[in-house]
Design a protein around this ligand. Sequence first.
Ligand code: ZN
Ligand code: ZN
Length: 107
Amino acid sequence: MKICEKCGTLMILQKEDNKLYFVCKKCKIKIEMKKSNCILKQTIKKQKPLILKNNENIEQLPKTKKKCEKCGNNEVYWWSRQTRASDEPETRFYRCTKCRQTWREYS
Ligand SMILES: [Zn+2]
Ligand SMILES: [Zn+2]
């Protein structure tokens, strides 16, 4: 939704040559819609699935037996992530199921 800066009328969305425009019918102003929203969506899609945000999806991660240095608990969630250069070793992440301490190890 966009409102015409000139007259305050609600502008309508129009498609032309595969581009989207906001058009004010009253004063014939045409503004191209920025595609930043679409780019943002694509970037999110390309992200690797196992990068965690806060505690999101943590329960779906595999668990393994490993000692947490912080609280002594013997069960952790783990996931791995390849660094950008493919010849670099894979990085493993661990998170304690109890105190949620997170750390990484290089294999
Ligand atoms: Zn207008
Ligand atoms: Zn712990």
